[in-house]
Design a protein. Structure first.
Length: 249
């Protein structure tokens, strides 16, 4: 709905201008939120934006006060992106602390298997299981001030008393290492060194990697913001179109 914000004290054609009803729900919303609606991509946009923020929620429901991304909500979105012919590319925006390992890997595998061009951008943080999600796209960006924490897989910080549990976690960790090294330019040796680094994180092992270092290690493709990410995605979409046309001919 279009809202005319122009006011005048003059009378037009002998009639006084109607006064704004400050008790209306619209005015209440403006006072509370400072805006009437959240900006959305236009209906004719060829790019879909997928946001992964807070903690990635998997098999267990997190407390309501936690900011979460539920993987059961993301999966149908990714399927719809693959099926919708109007969507030509996907932009994935990450600012996550990590979360459920299996859920994160499931999201990563789905993004990596999309037939349409994909670009990811890490803003703020892409920690823990957010790392494989960030590298799952065709091209990845990270903001200069953003960070990524690389550490071994844990089980709620408790002492592991069953050998089978340790073996399971070890295999899960290998899955994460294998996925990251296959979808980025970092070597397995370097990634494991960062994962088991001592002294970098207080009272813990692992490494906190800042934007430029993530690129230097080959984990992320380029330091950049939303503008660079959109331009790269447009470029990949055009390349994809040309390849499709050549296959048809």
């Amino acid at each position: 709905m279009e809202h005319n914000s122009k006011f005048t004290s003059e009378q037009e054609e002998g009639q006084e201008q109607p006064k704004e009803d400050k008790s209306s729900p619209l005015m209440e919303k403006i006072q509370q939120l400072g805006q009437t609606n959240v900006p959305q991509l236009s209906q004719d946009s060829k790019i879909h934006c997928l946001t992964i923020v807070g903690q990635i929620e998997g098999h267990l429901q997190l407390p309501p006060q936690n900011k979460t991304t539920k993987y059961e909500h993301l999966i149908p979105q990714i399927v719809a992106i693959e099926q919708n012919p109007k969507i030509e590319g996907l932009l994935v925006i990450l600012n996550t602390v990590g979360g459920d390992v299996e859920a994160g890997l499931a999201i990563s595998e789905m993004l990596a298997s999309l037939s349409k061009p994909t670009v990811s951008i890490v803003l703020g943080g892409g920690h823990s299981i957010g790392v494989p999600i960030a590298v799952s796209c065709d091209y990845s960006f990270i903001a200069e001030t953003a960070t990524m924490t690389i550490h071994p897989i844990r089980l709620t910080g408790l002492v592991i008393g069953v050998p089978q549990t340790f073996e399971y976690l070890d295999k899960m960790q290998e899955r994460v290492v294998s996925f990251v090294t296959r979808h980025s330019n970092i070597s397995e040796e370097k990634f494991k060194n960062l994962m088991f680094e001592k002294g970098n994180l207080t009272r813990d092992i692992g490494t906190n990697v800042i934007g430029t270092d993530a690129v230097k290690y080959g984990l992320i493709d380029e330091v950049g913001g939303i503008g660079q990410a959109m331009r790269k995605l447009d470029e990949l979409i055009e390349i994809n179109k040309k390849n499709s046309e050549e296959l048809i001919q």
